[in-house]
Design a protein around this ligand. Structure first.
Ligand code: THU
Length: 110
């Protein structure tokens, strides 16, 4: 792994603690590096109206876009337990709006 990839995995894992996941109890963290060297973190934010729940990946991306970033270098996603999980279809669609060839690192929780 590169230094950047290691940093992203560490930050995605640390972010999990800040997830708001009282319904699923499935805490996800994401860390997205922009091409200009910034890192944006995201966590899943659930809602009692479950359709309003947003995944960690989209929170990271929207935070980055809101801060003016438009080009991205890599994304790390940390999910619970031993089995890393890929982003859902909606997140891939949203990422695809901004990223052509984005490396995605899938990390277990530790
Ligand atoms: N979730 C994410 O944040 N990212 C993923 O890649 C998969 C799913 C969230 C959505 C929901 O809050 C919980 O995990 C269970 O699906």
């Amino acid at each position: 792994m590169t230094d950047l990839e290691r940093t992203l995995v560490q930050r995605a894992r640390a972010a999990r603690a800040r997830a708001h996941a009282p319904y699923s109890r499935y805490r996800v963290g994401a860390a997205l590096a922009s091409s200009d060297g910034r890192v944006f973190e995201g966590v899943n934010v659930e809602n009692a109206s479950y359709g309003a729940t947003v995944c960690a990946e989209r929170v990271a991306l929207w935070s980055a876009v809101a801060a003016g970033a438009r080009r991205f270098a890599a994304l790390a996603v940390a999910t619970p337990g031993d089995d890393p999980a890929p982003p859902c279809g909606l997140c891939l669609q949203v990422l695809g709006e901004f990223c052509d060839d984005l490396p995605i690192l899938l990390a277990a929780s530790d």
